[in-house]
Design a protein around this ligand. Structure first.
Ligand code: NAD
Length: 496
């Protein structure tokens, strides 16, 4: 028995959030549900002057120490209250994720549970954040390393996990004592604005969390260039990540955290549990319609079982329930934007043209409204093909074959990215050798996309800089100050 939620009768108009209050009066973007084609939200097109006002508010809230001056316990208490409020509003926030993003409601609810955990871990991190001391500098000198919040943080987020990516950062930024200005993706801004309500109710002081909505080219670019923003945390494409590096260099050398693209390998050995691995492969590329930075998009499978394994994955893919994301039984929902839909279908056409063989999917799914693509598997892929090299950001898995462990490792590392990887084998030597030699910031052995906010996440190579979540996630938003204390009388330099 499944339930199908209904669509809103009319689009909801949101205000932007500045210095503890919602504001209107700006022209509006209208966002249509990608699954249904009906307008669901209206989001302000803020001006660069609005951004300026938000940075001023965040700066004031940082400098007067209304947040940074609190104890870790007091900051943690606000984060724990926010977790409780999120628990209460879980279904409502999940519903808005579905409306703007197109992901299945059951998945969205699971993501909000993960977000609640992020706030709980952030609360603990606020209490545990500490520096270091050096008691080995001799009896007359004592050393301390203080951790201080970086200051005003700019946070730019993408449309694939609008609330989850936000919540893998915001509690940790808040735990550190920083204040922030957030620029969500223009197509999925609603839940970032709902978080402002949650944080205000939890007791976060005004000016600490500000949300300025608008396009990447205007508001996003201005935030990356802003001379009074001390750090920028950007999650999105590698191309825009590169422009953030240039903007930081040309403005104030702001500290950067970058979480970018990936072309993640899933390596399957003949001695693995092939049923388990096939389920992992189908899940790893179909979850969130493959619009996932850690989607396992390159299947690297041992030649002796490759045909059998590809057939298993194709059979699993054919059974995945693609459908209306408001239906609780749906496993794969809509593609979030029309542009992304075109990009994915373009890559599918290119894969066929390049000579790869389609074993599953390969076409749009017509549900009468909205945009959907069937989970797709290409076999016979070679490393030089565009579908093997470029991030598709859709439910398209490309299968490459290997004969030796060394060949598997070389294929896995044959990419400019290094975000995530997965290896499937019952042989501990192979599992650990591959884990140690493949360059990726997150690794799964005999599982995929598992984990929680206790463990840091981030990329190697062109997948980014820095780590989010866990204690690393809060330390990311701090800087260290080394303090030297003379004990007793200092030996004089001027003598005689
Ligand atoms: P995108 O880079 O186009 O946009 C991301 C954000 O940046 C949006 O808020 C957008 O408005 C803003 N933006 C766009 N142009 C900008 C500019 N010139 N200056 C400043 N901001 C600008 O990415 P997307 O299409 O929203 O998301 C898909 C990409 O994000 C994929 O490449 C995916 O791999 C990556 N991603 C990475 C992670 C990760 O954790 N590594 C997570 C999610 C998505």
């Amino acid at each position: 028995m499944t339930t199908l939620l209904s669509l809103p009768h009319s689009p909801r108009e949101f205000g932007f959030y500045l210095d503890g209050a919602f504001h209107g009066g700006r022209p509006l973007f209208e966002r249509a549900s990608p699954a249904h084609g009906v307008p669901v939200s209206r989001i302000p097109k803020c001006t660069v002057a609005d951004l300026e006002a938000a940075v001023v508010a965040a700066r004031r809230a940082f400098e007067d120490r209304r947040w940074a001056g609190l104890s870790g316990a007091a900051r943690g208490a606000v984060l724990l209250r926010a977790a409780d409020i999120l628990r209460r509003r879980r279904d409502e926030i999940a519903y808005w994720e579905v409306l703007e993003n197109g992901k299945p409601i059951s998945q969205a609810r699971g993501e909000i549970d993960h977000c609640i955990a992020c706030f709980e871990v952030g609360a603990g991190a606020a209490r545990l954040l500490h520096g270091d001391s050096f008691n080995n500098l001799g009896d007359s000198l004592f050393g301390m390393v203080l951790r201080e919040p970086v200051g005003v943080v700019g946070l730019i987020t993408p449309w694939n996990f609008p609330f989850l990516i936000l919540c893998e950062r915001v509690p940790f930024i808040l735990a550190s004592g920083c204040t922030m200005v957030v620029k969500p993706s223009e197509v999925t801004s609603a839940t970032t604005l709902l978080l402002a309500e949650v944080l205000a109710e939890a007791g976060l002081p005004n000016g600490v969390y500000n949300v300025i909505t608008g396009s990447g080219r205007s508001i996003g670019q201005a935030l990356t260039e802003h001379p009074d923003v001390d750090m920028l945390s950007f999650t999105g494409s590698t191309a825009v990540g590169r422009s953030c590096v240039h903007a930081a260099a040309d403005s104030n050398f702001k500290k950067l955290g970058l979480e970018l693209g990936g072309k993640n390998p899933i390596i399957v050995f003949a001695d693995s549990d092939l049923e388990d691995a096939a389920d992992g492969a189908a899940f790893g590329i179909s979850f969130n319609t493959g619009q996932c930075c850690v989607s396992s998009s390159r299947l690297i499978v041992e030649r002796s079982v490759a045909a059998e394994f590809e057939a298993l994955v194709a059979a699993k893919m054919a059974r995945i329930r693609v459908g209306d994301p408001l239906d609780a039984a749906t496993q794969v929902g809509a593609i979030t934007t029309a542009a992304q839909n075109d990009t994915i279908l373009g890559y599918i056409a290119r894969g066929t043209a390049e000579g790869a063989q389609l074993l599953a999917g390969g076409q749009a799914v017509d549900l009468g409204r909205g945009q959907y693509i069937a989970p797709t598997l290409f076999a016979g892929v070679t490393p030089d093909m565009a579908i093997a090299r470029e991030e598709i950001f859709g439910p398209v898995l490309c299968s490459l074959r290997f004969d030796t462990v060394e060949e598997a490792i070389a294929l896995a590392n044959d990419t400019v990215y290094g975000l995530a990887a997965s290896v499937w084998t019952k042989n501990i030597d192979k599992a650990l050798t591959v884990t140690r030699r493949v360059r990726a910031g997150r690794f799964w052995v005999n599982t995929i996309m598992a984990g929680g906010p206790e463990i840091p996440l981030g990329g190697f190579r062109q997948s980014g800089w820095g780590r989010e979540a866990g204690m690393s996630g809060v330390e990311e938003y701090t800087q260290t100050k080394s303090v030297h204390v003379e004990l007793g009388k200092r030996a004089h330099w001027v003598t005689g």
